[in-house]
Write a protein that binds this ligand. Sequence first.
Ligand SMILES: [Zn+2]
Length: 67
Amino acid sequence: MKRAALANAPDRCPVCMRDWAEIPLPKHRKTRWDFDHTVPITRGGKTESGNVRAICYSCNYKKNNNQ
Ligand SMILES: [Zn+2]
């Protein structure tokens, strides 16, 4: 399911609009993106293509810190 969502991903982070290639890849990570749930799992959201988008790890990190 996660791979299907990624297949629909744009070529850049939809939050900060940086190309994936412009985003530095930290050594401890394998990918530059994380999966962002439109409806959080905690509110009944599911990990499926309509509810998941790829955003870069730094946007996801900021988002999680704001919650
Ligand atoms: Zn981003």
